[in-house]
Structures are given as structure tokens and as C-alpha cells.
Design a protein around this ligand. Structure first.
Ligand code: PMP
Length: 448
């Protein structure tokens, strides 16, 4: 396959890479030679040197249908011939109204409204603001506290890092945090639940910490609890059996809104449109992004219940009901890609396919149990993680080595700390999952 060339004289200095070790990447051509992407198709990338890489994380959890799906590409090209950008405020397009309706139809019962934005981070900020404004509209403006969870990831807006619980993402910006945020304890405990398949049987008791926080602050001060149904970015930390159901019960008892951040889990990864359906637990707000249009054009959104929407609509009729929105909310190209994505999800029967691939992935990753230096293996539908013991006492070093060894062997994994994460494309074959697992095994051996 033809690939675009890397000009050897191209300076790498100007581009400040996101969530990346810039100096390491830029200092040594040997490190980056395999890390310049030029082309993608289906479950594979090609580097500028022409090496093929199996994309073990579907982009960053967003390209489940594979790269450059012909129907998505076609839909965006067709849209470009008609309308590029449609001004978003006080105006709309038929396609964006229709898209909201289609998304709401797939959501758990009661979710009837969709607010669009452009990323997961924006979706989280939107949901937090909706929660505050909702309570205010109902005469409960004193409900201002948020409760997140340790190891939670909710993007990089100030709202998201405040309710998020990944220490590295927070500590550089401590002074800018939202006030009045608490965190539930995480449920990641290698002593108690290492090598669980699917939902761990240990850890349900930790949800009762919410009662402690409610007693401490008084329910009347708490606006919402926000959690990822499955903690993806922290390394596929799966909720203990019964955890989300109990969380729902406690929130309902105290009039606290429950927000599911489904930026990773929505639109395929869980074998259902939403993790809420997989777990049989219905929150009050759902954020989504990534999978909604397969990462083709940035898009995110928030699903709200009829009750929430009606509360806003009950205000003075001449006023904007929710003073919030983005220039690119419901961008015409993103909307076109999302319609095509929903078509493909249905026509290619992706949800049942993911359900069956999930069993294959579970068998594959747990076959690594017993290999040296693996301290945990976790899986949740079409997501999995292998946690490694740190090398020479340096956190993250072993996973970095494994990542590089895997690149040499044609697989692109994501690593975070000492965790190797996998979120294969929905179109992967069982053979590809087996090969990915073999490469991981070899790479762990080679990393020493
Ligand atoms: N929430 C969750 C649960 C996520 O996984 C992510 C991204 N991985 C985000 C929010 C932020 O999304 P974005 O990077 O599109 O802002």
C-alpha cells in the first residue's frame, strides 16, 4: 500500500503532542520511525515506512467500525457537496434533528433529548452544567457538589479533571479545580480481585462510601454523581457486580442525579448501544462521543431524560432555556458521519457481533495468565487490559517497552502506567484477536 513519506528534514519541534512524551518521541529517529502514521483502512494503520500495524485500541476507542468505512466516507463526501458548516445557534438542519431522534430511540427508556458538542470533554462539562442548572430551575440551587470516583477519567476540561480521579491529570492544575468535589474510592484492588473475568465479585461494599459522603455534606448540597460505567482510561477497571445498581439506588434515595460518562462505552463497545443497557441501570444523564460517528469527525453529546428537558422548558418562554452551546454543535459533517454510523451498526449487526467477539477476547487475554510479570488481567465486553509489574521499580517503564516491542511486531497497543489496554475493532476476526494476544505475549517476554 502506498504511504505518504516523512521528509527527513521535517522538524518535529513545532508540534506540541497531546498526552505524549514529546522529548522522548522527538529525540531519537529510531523511536519515531515506527510511530508516524500515514494511512489507515479497516483494523490497520500503515506507518510512513510502510509497516502495517493492527490497531488494538480502535484509534483511541473511537473507530470500532474500522478506519475509513466506505459508507461513512461516502456519507461525508456527499455532505460536503451540499452543506459544509451550518450555523448552530437559532438555526438547525433537518439532519441534526433527525439524528437526535435516532440516538434517543436507541437509548434507555426515558431518554428523549440530545445536546450535541464536539468531544468527550465537552460532553462532560455540558452534563455537569445541565445538572447544576436543572437543580436551580427546580428551586434547589444549593445542590452544587459533584461526586466522582478515584481513577475516573472524564476528559480534560476543568469540570472533567475536577470530577476525574486520575492523579497525574489533576496535580498540575490543582489551583484551577472546581470547588466542592468529592470522590468515591476506586475499586481497583489487586489483592482481592486480580484475574477476575468480567465483573469482579469483590468490591460492592465500596459503593456505600456514597452514603458516608451524603451524611458528611447533606444530600441537599449534592448535585450529581458522575462515573464511567467501566473505567476505560484508567485501564479497564470493571465495576464490581451490583455496584452500578446500588449507586443508582443511593442517588435516587437522596435526589442526586446520576451521570454515566459513556464516552468509551456508547455505540458498540459493550455489545449494546449504551452500557446502561448492558448493566440494566438507568442514569439521569448520559455523555457520549467517540463511537457516535466512529471518530470520523469530532462529535460528542449528552442524552437527557424527558423530565430534565421539560424542567428547562418550563422556564420563561422568551428566554434561551440553557445558556450553553458550541460553534460546532451538530456540525453537518459530524452529523452525516453519525447517521452513516448508526446505519452500519444496524445493517452489519454490530451489536451481536461484539457480544460474540467479547467471549473470544476474554479467552484470549486470560490465556496470558501465568506469564511472568503479569499481575492482573481484566475484561469487559470488547475491552480488556493486562497489568504488568513495574520494571526496576520504575512505574510505566515495562509497559513502554512492551508497547515498543509490539510495534516492532505489527501491533499498536495503548499503555497507561503499567497497563496495556485493548479495545479491538468490532470488525476484527477471532484470528486477529488471537494474533494480537500472541504479539502481546511475545512482547512481554522481549521486554524482560
Ligand atoms: N470521558 C471518558 C469516559 C473518556 O474515556 C474520554 C476520552 N478517553 C473523555 C471523557 C474525553 O473525551 P475527549 O478526549 O474526546 O475530550
Amino acid at each position: 500500500m502506498a504511504v505518504s513519506e516523512l521528509d527527513p528534514n521535517q522538524s518535529l519541534d513545532a508540534y506540541w503532542m497531546p498526552f505524549s512524551h514529546n522529548r522522548y518521541f522527538k529525540q531519537d529517529a529510531a523511536h519515531r520511525s515506527n510511530r508516524m502514521l500515514a494511512k489507515a483502512e479497516g483494523s490497520y494503520y500503515w506507518t510512513t515506512e510502510g509497516n502495517r500495524l493492527y490497531d488494538a485500541l480502535s484509534g483511541l476507542w473511537c473507530c470500532g467500525l474500522g478506519h475509513r468505512h466506505p459508507r461513512l466516507v461516502e456519507a461525508v463526501k456527499r455532505q460536503l457537496d451540499v452543506l459544509d458548516y451550518a450555523t448552530a445557534f437559532q438555526m438547525g438542519t433537518p439532519a441534526v434533528f433527525h439524528l437526535a431522534e435516532r440516538i434517543a430511540e436507541q437509548a434507555p427508556a426515558g431518554f428523549e433529548h440530545v445536546f450535541f458538542c464536539n468531544s468527550g470533554s465537552e460532553a462532560v462539562d455540558t452534563a455537569l452544567k445541565m445538572a447544576l442548572a436543572y437543580h436551580r430551575a427546580r428551586g434547589e440551587a444549593h445542590r452544587t457538589r459533584f461526586i466522582g470516583r478515584e481513577k475516573g477519567y472524564h476528559g480534560v476540561g476543568f469540570g472533567g479533571i475536577s470530577v476525574g480521579g486520575m492523579v497525574a491529570n489533576r496535580k498540575m492544575f490543582a489551583a484551577g479545580m472546581l470547588q466542592g468535589v468529592d470522590h468515591l474510592p476506586h475499586t481497583h484492588n489487586l489483592k482481592e480481585m486480580a484475574f477476575s473475568r468480567g465483573e469482579p465479585q469483590w468490591g460492592l461494599h465500596l459503593v456505600e462510601e456514597l452514603e458516608r459522603l451524603v451524611a458528611l455534606h447533606d444530600a441537599s448540597t449534592i448535585a450529581a454523581v458522575i462515573v464511567e460505567p467501566m473505567q476505560g482510561s484508567a485501564g479497564v477497571i470493571v465495576p464490581p457486580a451490583g455496584y452500578l445498581k446500588r449507586l443508582r439506588e443511593i442517588c435516587s434515595k437522596h435526589g442526586i442525579l446520576l451521570i454515566f460518562d459513556e464516552v468509551i462505552t456508547a455505540f458498540g463497545r459493550m455489545g449494546k448501544p449504551f452500557a446502561a443497557q448492558h448493566y440494566g441501570v438507568s442514569p439521569d444523564l448520559i455523555t457520549f462521543a467517540k463511537g457516535v460517528n466512529n471518530g470520523l469527525v469530532p462529535m460528542g453529546g449528552v442524552l437527557a431524560t424527558r423530565n430534565m428537558y421539560d424542567t428547562f422548558m418550563a422556564g420563561p418562554a422568551h428566554l434561551v432555556e440553557f445558556f450553553h452551546g458550541y460553534t460546532y454543535s451538530g456540525h453537518a459533517l459530524a452529523v452525516a458521519a453519525a447517521h452513516a454510523t448508526l446505519d452500519v451498526l444496524a445493517d452489519e449487526q454490530i451489536y451481536p457481533r461484539v457480544e460474540s467477539l467479547a467471549g473470544v477476547l476474554e479467552e484470549c487475554v486470560h490465556s496470558l495468565k501465568g506469564e511472568a510479570n503479569i499481575v492482573d488481567i481484566r475484561n469487559c465486553q470488547l475491552a480488556a487490559a493486562v497489568e504488568l509489574a513495574p520494571l526496576d521499580g520504575k512505574p510505566g517503564l515495562r509497559a513502554l517497552r512492551v508497547f515498543e516491542e509490539a510495534l516492532k511486531r505489527g501491533v499498536l497497543f495503548r499503555f497507561t502506567g503499567d497497563i496495556i489496554a485493548m479495545g479491538p475493532t468490532f470488525i476484527s476476526s477471532p484470528d486477529e484477536l488471537a494474533q494480537m494476544t500472541d504479539v502481546l505475549r511475545q512482547s512481554i517476554h522481549a521486554a524482560g
